[in-house]
Design a protein. Structure first.
Length: 75
């Protein structure tokens, strides 16, 4: 199945793709991160189809849009 992927901030340079990504059926957010060699413990904020998602075990569906945000800090 295909997931529409958008990587934000510094993640753009850490992953080899931005756009459509072919993943296995019932792939989770964690599966996508692993496929892109992104440390799963380093990112915690995502949107799926525009809705905030914090559960990395959420299964994705064909055509879903996944946006991955880098860690946010400041003070």
């Amino acid at each position: 199945m295909n997931v529409n992927l958008k990587l934000m901030g510094m993640l753009k340079s850490q992953a080899p793709t931005d756009g459509q990504l072919d993943v296995a059926d019932q792939a989770t957010i964690t599966d996508v991160l692993v496929a892109l060699s992104i440390e799963t413990d380093s990112v915690h904020v995502f949107t799926v189809n525009g809705d905030l998602e914090r559960d990395k075990t959420r299964e994705l569906a064909d055509g879903d849009e996944l946006v991955v945000f880098p860690p946010v800090g400041g003070g």
